[in-house]
Design a protein. Structure first.
Lengths: 250, 267
C-alpha cells in the first residue's frame, strides 16, 4: 500500500497480521509507522494498494499521544465505557487483567504514565478484539515499566488469541515479546523474526550504532528468560481467518 | 413587585441556562471558547441578513452561525493558517460586516445595544416558547449523540475506529452551537453569550466527578447566575444581561475558594 500527501509517506508496504501473532513496526521518526497504522485502521485513505480485513474483525485501538484535558472529569471506570457501555463486573475484570484493579475510581488525569497506558489497554481489550492496534503503547513509561508492559501485551495475546500490531520506537525492548518485526523507512526496509531483523545490515544502517547493542541486550534477556524463547519464534497461525493484505501496484 | 416582564425574563433566562450548561461543557472540554465566541459574533451578520430580508432574525442568525461554523471546519482542515488566526479573522470580520450592513440600512431603526448585550426584559411569551421548544430539541439531540460526541471529544481517531461516526457527531454539535446562539441571543446578547456557555461549565468542574455530573452542575450554576443576576439587576437597576454574566463570574470566583472539594483534581 502507499499513501501520498505531497510526498510518499509510505510506499510499497506489504503487511500481514495473523490471529495470535504480534507484529511490531519499528523505524525512526517520520518513517511512516503511525501512517501505516492509520491505513490499517481505515483512518487514512490509500493512494496505492488496499487493506483487506477479515469479515467482522473487531479492532481494539490504543492511539498515540492520547491525553485528556484537565477540564474533563473522567474516572478510570468512565473511561472504560467511553465508546460503549460495559457492566461493572467486566470493567473490573479488565482492569484486574492489566493490573490496575485498585484504580477504578481514580480520575484518569492522576494516573502515572504506565497506569494510564494500562487503562487504555484495558479499555481496548474490553471490546474482545480480534486485532489489537497499539501505537507506541509505552510512551511516558520508564524502562522497567516498558518491559512489564510488553510482557503484559504478550500475556493478553496469549489469553485472547488476538493479533497485535504494535508500533515501537526501537527494537531492543520489544524483541523478546514479538513474533515478527517490520522495519519501516517509508518502505519496508526489512522484516522477519526479531533476530533476523537485528542482524540485517539495512536495519543496522537505519538505526546506526544503537542497533549493535540490540543483539547483546536481547541475548542477555534470552539467557535469563528461557520461557520466553518459544514465544519469539514465529508460530504458524492456526485456523486464522483474519488476513491483513496490503498490495501495491507496480 | 414581581412584574410580568420580570417573571418572563426569569423563565427565559433559566431556560437558556439549562441549554447552555451542558453544551458549554463540551466547549470547555474541547477548548473551543474562542470558536464559540466567533460563532456568536457571526450572529450579528445573521441579524443584518434578517433585517435585510425582513424575516425572523432567529432563523437568519441560526443559518449564518451554522454556515460560519461549517466554513471554519473546512478552513481548519485545508488552510495553512493556524486556527487561532482564522478565528481572529472571522470573529471580528463577521461582527464588523454585520455592523456595516446594518449601517447601510438607513430605513430601519435598530436597537444595536439590545443585540450586543441582550434585552431580556423585552422577552415575550413567544420568545419563551422558542427557548423551551428549541432548547428541548437541542437537549434531546445532545442526549442522543452524547456517547459519540464525548468519545470524539476525547479522541477522534478512537471514535472513528470504534465505529461511532465522529464526523457526524461533530457536525451536529456545530449546528447545536449555532442553534443555542440563535436562541440565547436575546437574553445576554451576542457579545456575552460565550460567557453563559463557558463560565458555568468551568465553575462546575470543581464539583463534578463525571462528564454527566458536570453537565448537570453547569446547568444548575447557570440557573443560579440567572436568578442572582436578575435579582441584582432589579434591585440595583443595572443592565440585566451583564448582571447575569457578572453573577456567573462571582460564582466562578467563589468556586475557586481554597478548601472546597474538587473531585478529579490534583490540586
Amino acid at each position: 500500500m502507499g499513501i501520498y500527501r505531497g510526498k510518499w509517506l509510505i510506499r510499497n508496504v506489504d503487511l500481514h497480521i495473523n490471529r495470535g501473532e504480534i507484529v511490531t513496526l519499528i523505524g525512526p521518526n517520520g518513517s511512516g509507522k503511525s501512517t501505516c497504522v492509520k491505513a490499517v485502521l481505515g483512518l487514512m485513505g490509500l493512494d496505492e494498494g488496499s487493506v483487506t480485513r477479515a469479515r467482522r474483525v473487531r479492532i481494539g485501538y490504543v492511539p498515540q499521544n492520547l491525553k485528556f484535558d484537565d477540564s474533563l472529569p473522567l474516572s478510570v471506570r468512565r473511561l472504560m465505557s467511553l465508546t460503549a457501555r460495559h457492566d461493572r463486573a467486566s470493567i473490573e475484570a479488565a482492569l484486574k487483567e492489566v493490573g490496575i484493579g485498585g484504580l477504578i475510581d481514580k480520575p484518569v488525569q492522576t494516573l502515572s504514565g504506565g497506569e494510564f497506558q494500562r487503562a487504555l489497554l484495558a479499555r481496548a481489550i474490553l471490546r474482545r478484539p480480534d486485532l489489537l492496534v497499539l501505537d507506541e503503547p509505552v510512551q511516558g513509561v520508564d524502562f522497567s515499566g516498558e518491559l512489564e508492559l510488553y510482557r503484559l501485551i504478550r500475556e493478553i495475546r496469549d489469553r485472547l488469541g488476538c493479533g497485535i500490531l504494535l508500533v515501537s520506537h526501537d527494537l531492543h525492548i520489544v524483541m523478546a515479546e514479538t513474533d515478527r518485526v517490520v522495519c519501516l523507512s517509508t518502505h519496508v526496509c526489512c522484516s522477519g523474526t526479531p533476530v533476523a531483523v537485528a542482524d540485517n545490515p539495512e536495519y543496522r544502517r537505519l538505526f546506526g550504532a544503537r542497533a549493535t547493542e540490540v543483539l547483546a541486550i536481547y541475548r542477555h534477556h534470552h539467557d535469563h528468560n528461557h520461557n520466553a524463547h518459544g514465544d519469539i519464534l514465529p508460530l504458524p497461525p492456526e485456523g486464522s481467518h483474519k488476513d491483513e493484505d496490503h498490495r501495491h501496484d507496480g | 413587585m414581581m412584574d410580568d416582564f420580570f417573571v418572563r425574563a426569569m423563565v427565559a433566562g433559566i431556560g437558556v441556562a439549562i441549554i447552555a450548561g451542558p453544551l458549554g461543557c463540551f466547549i470547555v472540554w474541547r477548548r473551543m471558547a474562542y470558536f464559540g465566541e466567533t460563532i456568536a459574533h457571526s450572529a450579528l451578520l445573521g441579524v443584518s441578513f434578517g433585517l435585510l430580508l425582513d424575516t425572523h432574525t432567529g432563523l437568519t442568525v441560526f443559518a449564518t452561525a451554522a454556515a460560519i461554523a461549517l466554513f471554519l471546519l473546512l478552513l481548519q482542515r485545508s488552510s495553512r493558517h493556524s486556527s487561532d488566526a482564522l478565528l481572529g479573522i472571522l470573529s471580528h470580520a463577521t461582527l464588523a460586516l454585520g455592523l456595516v450592513m446594518i449601517g447601510f440600512m438607513t430605513w430601519i431603526r435598530v436597537d444595536l445595544i439590545g443585540y450586543l448585550f441582550g434585552d431580556i426584559l423585552a422577552v415575550s411569551t413567544g420568545d419563551i416558547a422558542i427557548i423551551y421548544g428549541g432548547g428541548a430539541a437541542v437537549l434531546a439531540v445532545l442526549v442522543a449523540i452524547w456517547r459519540p460526541l464525548l468519545a470524539e471529544t476525547a479522541s477522534f481517531d478512537l471514535a472513528e475506529v470504534e465505529g461511532l461516526r465522529p464526523h457526524l457527531a461533530r457536525l451536529i454539535f456545530m449546528l447545536m452551537i449555532a442553534a443555542v446562539i440563535a436562541i440565547a441571543m436575546k437574553i445576554v446578547g451576542i457579545l456575552l453569550i460565550t460567557a453563559l456557555l463557558v463560565i458555568p461549565a468551568v465553575t462546575a468542574r470543581r464539583f463534578a466527578a463525571s462528564p454527566e455530573m458536570m453537565a448537570v452542575a453547569a446547568a444548575l450554576i447557570g440557573i443560579a447566575a440567572v436568578a442572582g443576576g436578575m435579582g441584582a439587576s432589579l434591585r440595583l437597576d443595572t443592565p440585566a444581561g451583564p448582571s447575569i454574566v457578572t453573577a456567573a463570574f462571582l460564582l466562578f470566583l467563589l468556586s475557586q475558594w481554597p478548601g472546597l472539594k474538587r473531585p478529579g483534581s490534583r490540586m
